[in-house]
Design a protein around this ligand. Sequence first.
Ligand SMILES: NC(=O)c1ccc[n+]([C@@H]2O[C@H](COP(=O)([O-])OP(=O)(O)OC[C@H]3O[C@@H](n4cnc5c(N)ncnc54)[C@H](O)[C@@H]3O)[C@@H](O)[C@H]2O)c1
Length: 366
Amino acid sequence: MAAAGRVKVGIIGSGFEADIHAESFRIMPEAAEVVAIASPTQGHAAALATKYGIPRVFSDYREMLREKDIEMVTITAPNYLHAQMTVDIANAGKHVVCEKPLCMTLDEADLMIGTCKQRGVLLMYAEELYFTPKYVKAKEMADQGAFGKVYLVKQSEKHFGPHAEWFWDVERSGGGVFMDMGCHGVAFCHWFLGRPAIKSVYCQMDTHVHGDKTRGEDDVICVIEFANGARGLVENSWARRGGMQDRIEIHGDKGLSYADLHMGNALPTYSEDGYGYAVEKAPTTKGWTWPVFEELWNYGFPQEMRHFARCVRGAEQPQATGEDGRIVLEALYAGYQSAGTGARVSLPFRPEGVRIPIDLWKPREQ
Ligand SMILES: NC(=O)c1ccc[n+]([C@@H]2O[C@H](COP(=O)([O-])OP(=O)(O)OC[C@H]3O[C@@H](n4cnc5c(N)ncnc54)[C@H](O)[C@@H]3O)[C@@H](O)[C@H]2O)c1
């Protein structure tokens, strides 16, 4: 295995997020190069390989793991596959980048973390909000004391629902919008505040508009109480019309800051006939729209992938690990339990026999 030069990367999956990973390595190519891609939907994998000049294509990721030169593998498959894939990658002696949410259950999280430790490989958790330039700036200012004692951190991520069918199937996703995007908000608040322990989680959730296609929640409000006295407020929705929203608010006793990821980095635009592309999940490009530029850069994906590659070379320490993903998952468990009981749930929270997190809110009909 090469110990110098660009890290050789394999990508599992060829859908939405696989494209983002491939494009991210293209945007910041100095630390890594994608040499292979594996996905059962071979047409997609081949198309992505052509688009990004990826030389090797596999339909079974286990075949790709036999390639000796590959050092780091990124997982962009549906949530229910993350744990098995991580174990297989680690057993092949390769470093792992796993997309959010880390996995379906805390048992899986422990298995993933344990196996990677045992095999001496890194388990890196792909939470790009730790690398989002605007949010990094807010954290830098907070750490410099700009806001005094921060007592409230808010993160909100909303759109009208995901692009692929498996997200709606809780057996494969683990839950609805809280599982899908609440994981970003929990991770963000925890990271922003310097990773204090989570004391409790309180949630309310509902399925307002998509009950015809999912038993998952499509709207949620979550309050997180941290051991340092601060609170996090996470809002997520798959019921929001008008495209994507991702924003934060930071409140301290000496100041505050707001950041809107999309509106602030956009060109207020009016077009009678529309144009090519505005922003992720935008329903139209006609009328008034807010097209973004350098979209992936503004999210932080290229910076995130470059960081992970540099970690493989020992040049940086992972800023987002399996342990972070596990902390987030425990808070998600607590949030679903809270929504089910109506009560605040204290952590540590480790219920037995959880199959998928959403069962803690809305048990499966027998
Ligand atoms: N960080 C983010 O902001 C972000 C954004 C979108 C998705 N994601 C995460 O990325 C993951 C994938 O989401 P997506 O939107 O790309 O979904 P998608 O449906 O667009 O793509 C999923 C891909 O996984 C592949 N796949 C399915 N079974 C497989 C198998 N057995 N082996 C190999 N590949 C397999 C599919 O063929 C498909 O190419 C999810 O965990 C999701 O939560 C993260």
